[in-house]
Design a protein around this ligand. Sequence first.
Ligand SMILES: Nc1ncnc2c1ncn2[C@@H]1O[C@H](COP(=O)(O)OP(=O)(O)OP(=O)(O)O)[C@@H](O)[C@H]1O
Length: 249
Amino acid sequence: MIEVKGLTASFDDRQVLKNVSFTVNEKEIAVILGGSGSGKSTIFRHMLRLYDVPYKTIRIFDKDIADLNESEQLEFFMKLGVFYQNGALLNSLTVGENVALALEQHTSLPPDIIENIVRTKLELVHLGDAYQLFPSQLSGGMLKRAALARAIIMDPPLLFCDEPGAGLDPVSLASLDQLILNLRNLLGITVVMVTHEVSSILRIADKIIFLDDGVIAFKGTPEDALKSDIPVVKDFFSKGTGATLTTDH
Ligand SMILES: Nc1ncnc2c1ncn2[C@@H]1O[C@H](COP(=O)(O)OP(=O)(O)OP(=O)(O)O)[C@@H](O)[C@H]1O
């Protein structure tokens, strides 16, 4: 689904990604980890094509994303769901209207069909009763779930999540994780996520890509990460006190 090969990136002559390579397979949940400034967002932005991408470094949906023509670019963006940390819902619109936006902009579906699709997606994230509510009337956990419904409204095969659990209490975080797992298990969505939450990583990641100062320090399963002797990886996971590893996802 995603193949990053020898990606190097610089800002003002300073290399911030050095020869980064990894793959994400279909239906996998891959977590990109690393300390502040290690290059996680820079990788993310390259995969979303927000930065110029060097040729032959990133293949997504089996195409070199630096080499897409205009219609292929549109097709590419329509197949991506993006879930931002702050949810980014518009406060002047109801939850239903927020979630409907992309369908209204990118399809010619009639309003009653759009409403049905929106209601189905809200049910999927356990927000069936929030259709008419405004974002200001939702709790932090509900806002995240509404943002998730919006990210998947176009049925994207690939979902990018930028610190989706930031600011949530442990119970809301666990329930958001469960929803993301459900999306993968029930709908077969591939997920790439940046998160710092150790409990989340151990609950849902199939694969960890650990960055240290622009270089991949570790790639592998959470089980192997927990056993790793690499100092930065060891340090990171030793701080996740009380986290337990579940492998039944
Ligand atoms: N637009 C930019 N211009 C100049 N330098 C940048 C720019 N974006 C990122 N950097 C630098 O690149 C390095 C990697 O930044 P990046 O935002 O990718 O790290 P990160 O791992 O996402 O960090 P954080 O966890 O704090 O968000 C940092 O040293 C940062 O200062």
